[in-house]
Design a protein around this ligand. Structure first.
Ligand code: CO
Ligand code: ZN
Length: 327
């Protein structure tokens, strides 16, 4: 799965500009699905209809956090706003890439009262090598993503955009290995999660599923002075109980727990105090959809060096396959 993860994390796809990543995923799933379509907001849906049982929706968001140019000054330096949860401390000295490959260095204003204080986000700018507004290759409204190479260190995988390309990888691999189920399974690669779970909302309305599961990353409590949290890297996928946006439906949560126990797949229980996933949007569509979330533990979420453990990824695929058998 490493090559797939490298390909997915390397692709361009900030919220609202998912076309490049959608192409990459589409090429992967084309030979595997019975039917593929794109919904009006841009989410990609692969359907595998094995039987007439339940309509099951499996979701991972394909968009990633990034920035968008708001203003270019007369010297060609660009100011920018956030696409999703972007924090100053994670990005000074880093780089961004635009859809056409233009690279920008994230610089910081020299005149600061106290250089040891965390600067304001507004003090950052992009240097794309321009000398004036006229020769600046980027303009107002252009989105960019953070760049950092995909690396492996033992079983740890490190990259930008693990959130949530790792979920996309889990879904693709599950689709690849799914041989038999009684159900009508919809694999959804949703747009615009990072700006408010917008793609998941419309896609769920369209599919009208009996059950929905989001696959996304969650933070861990296993780094120095981390906020206490019972999730560790490499200890198995985390079955969500609650996060800041949803409480998992007991039936979906318990189905995952039972199948993990039955198949002896390691798992952890997750209570996440900050942040949420597409499951929060999916469960509130129409008259309500029983929804849950399977999380891949991830360190340094929303930095350009998000780290997951390969074994957790593999076990997430195994667990989803068990869940699709037992649902
Ligand atoms: Co995120
Ligand atoms: Zn995410």
């Amino acid at each position: 799965m490493r090559e797939l993860i490298r390909k997915l994390t390397g692709a361009f796809g900030p919220s609202g500009a998912e076309e490049p990543i959608r192409k990459v995923i589409r090429a992967e799933i084309e030979p595997l699905a019975d039917e593929i379509r794109v919904d009006p907001l841009g989410s990609l849906i692969a359907r595998k209809q094995c039987g007439d049982g339940k309509r099951i929706l499996l979701d991972a968001h394909m968009d990633e956090i990034g920035v968008m140019v708001t203003y270019v000054d007369e010297k060609g330096f660009a100011r920018f706003t956030r696409i999703g949860g972007v924090y100053t401390l994670n990005h000074v000295g880093g780089r961004v890439a635009f859809a056409d490959g233009t690279v920008g260095v994230i610089g910081i204003e020299g005149k600061r009262k106290d250089p040891n204080k965390v600067p304001k986000f507004e003090q950052l700018y992009l240097d794309v090598g321009a000398t004036s507004r006229d020769d600046c290759p980027v303009g107002v409204g252009d989105p960019a993503v953070f760049v950092r190479p995909f690396e492996t260190q033992g079983t740890r995988l490190i990259s930008k955009a693990m959130d949530d390309r790792i979920g996309c990888a889990v879904l693709i691999e599950t689709l690849r290995r799914l041989e038999q189920t009684d159900h009508d399974v919809h694999f959804v690669f949703a747009v615009q999660e990072e700006v408010g779970m917008r793609g998941a909302h419309t896609v769920t309305y369209g599919i009208d599923p009996d059950m929905a599961i989001a696959v996304d990353v969650t933070t861990t409590g296993d780094t120095p002075e981390a906020r206490p949290m019972a999730v560790e890297l490499g200890k198995g996928p985390a079955i969500k109980i609650k996060d800041a946006g949803m409480i998992a439906h007991p039936a979906v949560r318990d189905l995952m727990i039972q199948q993990a126990k039955k198949a002896e797949i390691p798992y952890q229980l997750e209570v996440l105090e900050r942040g949420t996933t597409d499951a929060a949007a999916m469960q509130l569509v129409r008259a309500g959809v029983p929804s849950g979330c399977l999380s891949v533990p991830c360190r340094y979420v929303h930095t350009p060096s998000e780290m997951v453990d390969e074994q957790d990824v593999e076990n997430s695929v195994q667990l989803l396959l068990e869940v699709l058998q037992a649902a």
